[in-house]
Design a protein around this ligand. Structure first.
Ligand SMILES: [Zn+2]
Length: 368
């Protein structure tokens, strides 16, 4: 016999079921591709994302997701012994809410119920298997997507169901160097400025002016963050909001990060304005050692404010922390609320998150 509490919860379950049955949001993700790859340049996968719910979905074209063929860290790859390739692709600053709010035409992929989209990925653009070696690798796509609700104009997360498994046997060449990185080039140097100013690639006059200002702001942010951390070797509101629970080791780590940023200086980078015009993306860098020092600026960068949250100055702080020898951060989460949650849940990860470093440095709204 059912007790009254059980009956009650049974009734609630029915109501919840009835509500969810009226509109189910569901995405299913499946990976196919080369079974045996002779050389990493043949290691290709096709990610197929299907709307298996009963509601039309606007899925944001997050550059970290499989919807974008950019060489971002969109896959988790390892063999049976846990050996994994090193990621040497693109690390981007992206804002789902910024991309959605601006409602750009290429901001999202619309999937009606039953509809699918397929995107091919060449894994040699993002992964280097030299250390992990020839082996059979399991390849799992990142399954978090951002859904934009056209009515409420809100962005929510949706985890796709992963269907089946995909593995590829890799032998032969384990890494390629396809990208060629220009060294700081004097031809393109900004002649009207002091000779030690930033180097530009494909930037017009207005863009150069915006970058020079962003360089000043980023320099101030990095100095200020470093000074603050040196002056406050204890738990403060500002520290704990972004980096989570205070401890000496983590405090020392982030202080060192900002010391490295200050020492490197924002005038010593090359800024590229002509390679990326993605509207939802602020900027990106490549993290392989050859690529050190070049920051690629994208559509959202030019539309951002000069200072404050997700500003042009802050974007330069974000990007510079990705360089391995300065701070080697990743993009675990994007946005202020994501970064605040990460600080509470996982301080060890927070001190390796790029947006976290940016928000601590921007300090907007200001915390003590
Ligand atoms: Zn980033």
């Amino acid at each position: 016999m059912l007790s009254s509490t059980k009956l009650h919860s049974f009734a609630s379950a029915l109501i919840i079921y009835a509500l969810s049955a009226s509109a189910t949001q569901e995405l299913t993700l499946k990976l196919t591709g080369t079974e045996i790859a002779d050389g990493v340049d043949n290691l290709k996968v096709v990610a197929s994302l299907s709307n298996t719910g009963d509601e039309t979905l606007q899925v944001l074209n997050d550059p970290r997701s499989i919807l974008s063929s950019h060489p971002t860290n969109s896959f988790s790859i390892s063999d049976a012994d846990g050996a994994a390739p090193s990621f040497n692709g693109m690390k981007v600053k992206y804002s789902p809410s910024f991309a959605a709010r601006k409602n750009y035409t290429n901001a999202f992929t619309t999937l009606t119920p039953g509809q699918s989209v397929e995107v091919e990925h060449d894994l040699s653009n993002a992964y280097n298997f030299t250390q992990s070696g020839a082996s059979r690798y399991n390849i799992i796509p990142a399954s978090t997507f951002y859904i934009y609700d056209l009515q409420t104009q809100e962005v929510s997360k949706l985890k796709a169901k992963i269907q089946g498994e995909h593995s590829s046997k890799l032998h032969g060449r384990l890494a390629v160097s396809r990208r060629s990185f220009a060294k700081r080039c004097d031809d393109d140097h900004d002649d009207d400025e002091e000779p030690t100013g930033p180097a530009f690639q494909k930037c017009n006059h207005k863009q150069r002016r915006q970058i020079r200002r962003a360089v000043q702001v980023a320099t101030k942010y990095a100095h200020n963050a470093h000074d603050y951390l040196t002056d406050h070797t204890n738990a403060t509101d500002r520290y704990e909001t972004w980096f989570g629970e205070y401890n000496k080791t983590r405090h020392r780590t982030v202080t060192k990060h900002y010391a490295n940023l200050v020492e490197q200086g924002y005038k010593n980078y090359t800024y590229d304005c002509g390679t990326c015009d993605d509207n939802g993306t602020f900027a990106y860098v490549y993290t392989e050692p050859d690529a050190f020092g070049t920051i690629y600026l994208c559509g959202a960068f030019w539309r951002a404010n000069a200072t404050g949250t997700d500003s042009r100055g802050g974007t330069l702080v974000h990007e510079s922390t990705h360089f391995t020898k300065l701070a080697g951060t990743a993009d675990h989460v994007y946005g202020q609320s994501g970064a605040k949650d990460l600080a509470k849940e996982d301080p060890d990860e927070a001190i390796t998150n790029a947006d976290t470093h940016e928000y601590f440095a921007e300090n907007h709204p200001a915390l003590d």
